[in-house]
Write a protein that binds this ligand. Structure first.
Ligand code: ZN
Length: 442
């Protein structure tokens, strides 16, 4: 299915930290993910401690509207879930304009659009509306503000949910005892109500990467790739706090969002800044039109958790921010372009394929290797550049260089060098060493 069609199924739902709409979105993701990923939803109990945070309550809005004292309806949640501030507590009050105004939110720059506001932790109720509607409201009238919302703490009422699936390389998962490789994490948040680019776009781009890894699996011995979907920040905290054993296995990550609008791709460095993952990303985007930002520059997302204190998995972020429609009703399928979604998947796929297949070839021979006697000599008539470089490649088998570093040093394509190194490996002349992770001592 076209990614944009899939996005259009997720887009209109009333998604938030935990709600029926979020569950439905996770279901759609589960149906779209390849079966091999074994996508599964995890449910956590609201109120449970997760590091320094708590699992939030589940939220439901039965109805919400603003009307004049005489019953003329001005705003109705049924028309658009953006009309209320996410996680607004219940209210049913008659108010003067002066009492009402602090609870109204609009976007000065886009007077026709409804902005999206949220107030997950300092709970106060509020309505969002276009500046045009705001300007036309009578200042003399009295208004009735009604929000019939409900917070659920019992996990039997649905709890707080995230979903994840893992794709293993060819030949399946390496047994735990031998597992040197670990996993790469691709993460997208799913909690923005009725928002297309931020955040359904990142979700469908990630699904496309999963499909491609099933069509053309990573070779045996590569990292597995874990795909994660859930509410921004708190969802990742809840997931990692409930799955702490996973942290040392995670070797790197990409957070993807806002991949569908017509703008150049931007990437944010890892917290390490010059990590192998940064260098591979630079390599993939070399000679392309792109923007480069520092870790946690705006817009910061779940990479602050993944690559944050006590977790520290090197994680870049990919997006097409800025775009003017951000966090308003104008962030809808009209601004989404299939090619942009696919192109972001291309970039992520290229980074993941290199990162997940890269290893450190460690020498297991002494003296200059008898290349022609071992079928390793490269004929200059067949591959002139590799013929010029094989000595330099062999000199880098001392356990200091990964295949990617060797390819960069000698100025050759990663895949050409990898294919050559694999021939040494097949004959037992090099042993593949994993690239060490960055997980801190906790
Ligand atoms: Zn956002």
């Amino acid at each position: 299915m076209q990614l944009k069609l899939l996005l259009e199924k997720i887009y209109p739902l009333h998604r938030t930290l935990a709600s029926d709409g979020t569950d439905e979105a996770l279901q759609i993701v589960g149906d779209a993910m390849p079966a091999a990923a074994d996508f599964a939803i995890e449910t956590y109990s609201p109120g449970a401690s997760i590091w320094t945070w708590q699992v939030p309550e589940r939220y439901m809005v039965h109805e919400a509207y603003l009307e004049t004292e005489h019953g003329q309806r001005v705003i109705d949640f049924a028309d658009n879930p953006l009309h209320i501030v996410s996680y607004s507590p219940p209210v049913d009050n008659i108010l003067t304009w002066d009492e009402l105004e602090p609870h109204l939110f609009y976007n000065e720059d886009r007077p026709w659009a409804i902005p999206w506001h949220f107030n997950y932790y300092q709970r106060d109720w509020g309505f969002c509306l276009s500046k045009n509607v705001f300007d036309n409201l009578s200042r003399d009238a009295r208004y009735r503000a009604v929000i019939r919302s409900e917070f659920f703490t019992d996990p039997k009422d649905g709890g707080f949910r995230v979903g994840a699936g893992v794709l293993h390389p060819e030949g399946g998962l390496v047994p735990e005892a031998e597992a040197k490789a670990g996993e790469f994490l691709i993460s997208s948040h799913i909690c923005h109500p009725m928002q297309a680019n931020d955040d359904a776009a990142g979700v469908v781009t990630a699904i496309e990467v999963a499909r491609r890894l099933v069509e053309n699996p990573l070779p045996s011995g590569s990292l597995s790739v874990r795909f994660w979907f859930g509410p921004e920040t708190i969802g990742t905290i809840a997931y990692l706090a409930h799955n702490e054993d996973l942290i040392p296995k995670l070797m790197g990550g990409i957070f993807a969002e806002m991949t569908g609008n017509k703008n150049t791709i931007a990437w944010h460095h890892t917290r390490q800044h010059n990590h192998l993952l940064d260098r591979i990303t630079s390599h993939v985007l070399r000679n392309t039109d792109h923007v480069e930002r520092n870790f946690a520059d705006f817009p910061p997302n779940d990479e602050r958790v993944i690559n944050g204190p006590g977790v520290n998995v090197p994680c870049i972020s990919i997006n097409r921010w800025p775009y003017d429609e951000y966090h308003t009703t104008d962030d809808n399928p009209d601004i989404i372009d299939e090619e942009m979604l696919q192109d972001a998947a291309d970039i992520i796929e290229k980074i993941v394929r290199i990162y997940a297949t890269n290893y450190i070839p460690k020498r297991r021979f002494r003296g200059p290797l008898f290349l022609s006697g071992n079928d390793l000599w490269v004929d200059w008539r067949e591959n002139f550049e590799l013929n010029r470089s094989y000595e330099k490649i062999m000199m880098r088998f001392e356990g200091q260089h990964s295949i990617f570093d060797i390819a960069e040093d000698v100025g050759l394509d990663y895949w050409m060098v990898r294919e050559y190194v694999e021939k040494f490996r097949a004959k037992g002349f090099v042993e593949p060493l994993p690239i060490p992770g960055e997980a801190p001592e906790f």
